[in-house]
Design a protein around this ligand. Structure first.
Ligand code: AMP
Ligand code: GLY
Length: 423
């Protein structure tokens, strides 16, 4: 099979790595890719937001299967263009990608589906939004409706913070994404991520994870795209997973079918768990990054087969065979991230690191400049390990972190702290 993966982060490096372990993979192209991906696959300089260009590229290279990594091309309808041209695609249509692209859309779907989530209201002018905040009081959550690269959410612990967030959003801090805001009840509890493959009405649980979104140790400081993650997440027990499928995922998929926009691809179900009950925080229409890296490391070649079955509508009866294992990934980010950071600093020591089915350093924001490996993004490397216990996975991941020579970067040293009691 000739496979095309769209994207160029750590998530796509992990997807490429898993695809290559599968004997079905003959040719693998990743667009645009990065320096780590270039070591295992062909990277193509292609504008993945341009549906016509992606279709032309797929035709030229006789692509059999396209996996879309990030949300932006999905929200732009690139999967629709590919399907209209006859390509097999893993990833939802533009209409179904609204589950990530619009917070108000997701809330409407949840209400229609009866899925438990925070109480909410939507506003398109600052004065009524502020009146609502004053009536509700803090803590309260203010969200830009549209895609804001994970930055359009303010969890306000005081009324003043919430009112400031309204001013920022209507002043255009998130561009068009903030033309409408959603204000939500603050939910208390422990967060976890649940991944489900969906092909319309069929849904296959595809793993659990816990991400660390704050930049600082002990979950402090500003939000990031994710500083490290582990899988499985014990807080998301089998019982909670079953409840989530019954109360949230299946009703949502049925509502999407009713709207004639069935959901196909991976559904990232962000949950808040309290007193043994799950409530939906958000949906994303793609794998989490860095959560994908640990899921791929745990699933290997199987992940590719199941994503292919999902795209072909063959999920009925499909099963995931889990090993009794644990995986952790630690994100190395450029100094300054998530604020302004420097680009171009050199990274050394990667060539001595193990590259096995238990230990991999996935690249997120890297490039080659002559023989040198340099950082080109905020999140730069995802040092990933799998082992019989989470402690052993953690020790292996941090041993590899310590072998990397990169004064321009940093990481959190406490990934997994909620479940590793020796921290
Ligand atoms: P989102 O982009 O919707 O996932 O929001 C980003 C983060 O904000 C989530 O991962 C949560 O930590 C937090 N958050 C979002 N909505 C709520 C809520 N209603 N209550 C508490 N925390 C929330
Ligand atoms: N790691 C969080 C996300 O991918 O949205």
């Amino acid at each position: 099979m000739n496979i095309l993966i769209l994207g160029g982060g750590g998530r796509e490096h992990a997807l490429a790595w898993a695809a290559l372990q599968n004997p079905k993979c003959d040719v693998l192209i990743v667009a645009p890719g990065n320096a780590g991906i270039a070591e295992i696959a062909t990277c193509a300089d292609l504008d993945i937001m341009d549906g016509a260009a992606v279709v032309a590229f797929a035709e030229e290279h006789a692509v059999d299967f396209v996996i879309v990594g990030p949300e932006a091309p999905l929200a732009a309808g690139v999967s629709d263009d590919l399907r209209a041209a006859g390509f097999l695609v893993f990833g939802p249509s533009q209409a179904a990608a609204e589950l990530e692209a619009s917070k108000a859309f997701t809330k409407e779907v949840c209400d229609a589906a009866g899925a438990p989530t925070a109480a909410w209201a939507r506003f398109s002018d600052a004065e009524s939004a502020k009146a609502h905040i004053r009536a509700q009081g803090a803590p309260i959550v203010v969200k830009a409706d549209g895609l804001a690269a994970g930055k359009g959410v303010v969890v306000a612990m005081t009324e003043a913070e919430a009112l400031d967030a309204i001013d920022d959003m209507f002043a255009g801090a998130f561009g068009a994404a903030g033309a409408e805001v959603v204000i939500e009840e603050f939910m208390d509890g422990e967060e976890a991520s649940f991944f489900v493959l969906c092909d319309g009405l069929e849904a296959l649980p595809f793993g659990t994870a816990q991400d660390h979104k704050r930049v600082g140790e002990g979950d402090t400081g500003p939000n990031t795209g994710g500083m490290g993650a582990y899988s499985p997440a014990p807080v998301l027990s089998d019982e909670i997973a079953e409840r989530t499928m019954a109360e949230i995922v299946h009703p949502t998929l049925a509502e999407m079918v009713r709207r004639e926009t069935p959901y196909q691809g991976v559904l990232y179900v962000g949950l808040m768990i309290k007193d043994g009950a799950p409530r939906l925080v958000e949906y994303n229409v793609r794998f989490g990054d860095p959560e994908c890296q640990i899921l791929m490391m745990r699933l290997g070649a199987q992940a590719f087969d199941l994503m292919h079955a999902c795209a072909e509508g063959r999920l009925a009866g499909a099963q995931v065979v889990w090993a009794d294992d644990h995986a952790m990934t630690v994100v190395l980010a450029a100094n300054g991230y998530p604020g302004p950071y420097e680009k171009g600093s050199e990274i050394r020591g990667l060539s001595e690191l193990p590259e096995t089915s238990f230990r991999m350093t996935f690249h997120a924001g890297t490039a080659r400049q002559d023989a040198r490996l340099v950082a080109t993004g905020g999140r730069v490397l995802n040092v990933t390990a799998r082992a019989e216990t989470l402690e052993a996975a953690r020790d292996a991941a941090y041993a590899d972190v310590d072998a990397i020579d990169w004064p321009g970067g940093f990481c959190r040293r406490d990934i997994g702290w909620r479940v590793l009691d020796d921290q």
